[in-house]
Design a protein around this ligand. Structure first.
Ligand SMILES: NC(=O)c1ccc[n+]([C@@H]2O[C@H](COP(=O)([O-])OP(=O)(O)OC[C@H]3O[C@@H](n4cnc5c(N)ncnc54)[C@H](O)[C@@H]3O)[C@@H](O)[C@H]2O)c1
Length: 299
């Protein structure tokens, strides 16, 4: 089996590569960065159609996963054009390239729970109304529609996943990274954004990868959408203190009450649809944060 991982130098992309190498697949990586590993075929590309088309012309893929794109909500607010190019335009270019050069390849798009905005009812299921509150969320939603377009009009097999808050070794952004960076200063307190009572549905990277593989392995893909989450809601205050405990750092956390534009308040996913494929999250938050802290201590 030959698989193309777009965004192969990123957090999710690099874990996908390890997983599919272990499965014995022929793995091809694509990213904007220079290659950091030597065990896969790698193409460094520029953000334009031609370089990506060259990759799609050179190989015949069974699977393609788009794990590329901006994953920073705040950046999307300050630079919506860049976010649109890396999240939406790039997805269009991949699908168009697949239509022309790899029409039998199964394509999985990593969207985001950000398409829900602040859901009115929790847990939120795939059929709930979408209501993005950031350029990032809007651009992910547009990309989902393009995946449906290429399935409906060109019979390209596509699947869409909406991960909630993914964490684990390799994650160098968001709350855990923020806490880790601030934990080494001399202050007795550690300041975080928000009020602490915000909540997220955290999913460990290992569980995310297993879920993606389950979805991709189906006989036929029909542009279906799947939430990927643990189905458990955890308060930011609790998870922040859990990490400090695992890092063996004795500081008290202070929330500054400020909310970043585009960030939701509470998330909890309904994972019934994913569970029907046989998915069961295996990493509990205590165990997952412990695993993350072990990696952080080595940084
Ligand atoms: N990490 C999460 O919690 C999470 C949750 C939901 C959705 N997602 C989505 O999953 C995807 C991957 O997230 P991540 O956390 O691994 O992000 P990341 O920033 O760690 O990795 C993204 C990678 O994509 C590359 N990239 C960007 N534009 C590209 C382009 N045009 N061509 C090729 N490569 C390009 C970057 O260089 C980077 O290596 C993103 O689209 C993100 O929005 C992530």
């Amino acid at each position: 089996m030959k698989i193309l991982i777009l965004g192969s130098e990123g957090f999710i992309g690099s874990h996908l590569i390890n997983f599919y190498l272990l499965k014995g697949y022929d793995v091809i990586g694509v990213d904007l960065f220079e290659q950091s590993r030597s065990n896969i075929t790698y193409h460094q590309i520029l953000i334009n159609h031609d370089t990506l088309s060259d990759v799609l012309k050179q190989h015949s893929f069974d699977y393609c996963i788009n794990a590329a794109g901006n994953g920073d909500v705040n950046l999307s607010v300050s630079n919506p054009e860049q976010d649109f190019k890396s999240n939406t335009l790039f997805t269009f270019q991949i699908l168009e390239g697949l239509r022309l050069y790899n029409p039998n390849c199964k394509f999985l798009y990593i969207s985001s729970a950000a398409v829900y905005g602040n859901p009115e009812i929790l847990p939120v299921s795939e059929s709930a109304p979408v209501n993005p509150i950031s350029p990032y969320g809007w651009h992910k939603l547009l990309s989902e529609h393009i995946c449906k377009e290429y399935f409906e009009l060109y019979n390209l097999q596509t699947a869409i996943v909406r991960p909630f808050s993914v964490y684990g070794p390799g994650l160098k952004k968001q709350i855990f990274w923020d806490i880790f960076n601030k934990s080494s200063n001399q202050n007795e307190t550690l300041e975080l954004w928000g009020g602490g009572q915000e909540a997220r549905d955290f999913i460990h990277i290992n569980d995310l990868i297993v879920a993606i593989d389950l979805i991709l392995s189906q006989q036929i893909l029909k542009a279906e959408i799947y939430n990927i989450a643990s189905g458990e809601m955890t308060l930011i205050n609790d998870v922040a203190n859990l990490l400090l405990k695992n890092l063996e750092i004795n500081k008290s956390i202070v929330f500054n009450g400020l909310v970043h534009k585009g960030n939701p308040i509470q998330w909890k996913a309904d994972i019934t649809k994913l569970s029907s494929l046989g998915f069961c999250p295996s990493v509990k938050i205590d165990q997952g944060v412990n695993n993350l802290a072990t990696w952080l201590k080595l940084q």
